[in-house]
Design a protein around this ligand. Structure first.
Ligand code: GLU
Length: 286
């Protein structure tokens, strides 16, 4: 198995030090293994994605010294592929349309109960109001959800390997936790034709990713991805969730943290080796 990894930014703002760390780490890991580093533009949210930010991604990564094979995979080119994956899950009877808005979900969730989680890696845990609805009832404003209970019955849950520092070792998705702390995740968001979870598993498989290197904030979502891989008959890569780069106050960097944008460091005369130093990576030999 040839080591293949990727960096998968969303073009919704400037890349900052956290992105630089993620991209450089993945690149270094691929280089050390004699493998491949791929780029993927995660732009299914067309209301937020901007061509200008995509161009800036190419420019910043090139400046950092990274190279990648062409053509770059762009999610906005792949809607038919996501549709096919959704159809596969629908044919298994695992999907339903949901018309609840945020206020409906809040109201149906009721008063918080002690010890019962309200939020999972996908936001508020869906109370199941639309679960009895059938796919042929789907309206154009509906989202499509996965019936988690049925999905767990249909899936042969597989373990996955994590090599990142915080959770290193073998892991097995926990069905009870997937029901109580994750719930009926969204497979297709309103006006998007897909969702992060559905796209990421299909894309990782289609790009032949053997090692998914990404931020620690996505560790909890990994069991969702492993479940979807098992339902769709896709391979499960090795996962490596890395530490997050934080600001002086200990807060993780966000897209709006323009102060730490790579472009700003460049404009101020920093070198790519300086960026490596700031994020705690060894300097590169190239
Ligand atoms: N597009 C995601 C992000 O910018 C990365 C997803 C992934 O690496 O799985 O956080």
């Amino acid at each position: 198995m040839n080591f293949t990894t990727r960096f998968a930014p969303s073009p919704t703002g400037p890349l900052h030090l956290g992105h630089a760390y993620s991209a450089l780490l993945a690149y270094d890991m691929a280089a050390a293994a004699g493998g491949q580093f791929l780029l993927r533009i995660e732009d299914i949210d067309q209301s937020r994605a901007r061509k200008q930010w995509e161009e800036q991604i190419y420019e910043d990564l090139t400046w950092l010294g990274l190279t990648w094979p062409q053509p770059v995979m762009r999610q906005s080119d792949r809607l038919p592929r996501y549709r096919a994956a959704l159809d596969q899950l629908t044919a298994m009877g695992l999907t339903y349309p949901c018309r609840c808005n945020r206020a409906d979900i809040e109201a149906a969730a009721g008063a918080p109960q002690e010890g019962v989680p309200q939020f999972g890696p996908d936001g508020r845990i869906y109370p199941g109001t639309c679960r009895p609805r059938a796919m042929h009832e789907a309206g154009s404003h509906d989202v499509i959800r996965l019936n988690m209970q049925k999905a767990l019955q249909a899936a042969e849950l597989r373990p996955f390997t994590e090599t990142g520092p915080a959770h290193e070792g073998p892991h097995a998705p926990d069905p009870d936790q997937l029901i109580s702390a994750v719930g009926d995740i969204i497979l297709v968001r309103r006006n998007m034709g897909s969702s992060y979870h559905l796209s990421v598993v299909v894309d990782d498989a289609d790009q032949g990713i053997t090692h998914a290197v990404r931020g620690e904030d996505l560790f909890e979502a990994t069991q969702i991805h492993v479940l979807l891989q098992s339902l769709l008959g896709l391979p499960t890569p090795v996962y490596h969730h890395h530490r997050l780069i934080r600001d002086e106050a200990g807060k993780r960097l966000a897209k709006r943290d323009d102060a730490r944008a790579i472009a700003k460091y460049r404009a101020e005369g920093a070198s790519p080796q300086d960026i490596r130093g700031i994020v705690g990576l060894p300097s590169s030999s190239v």
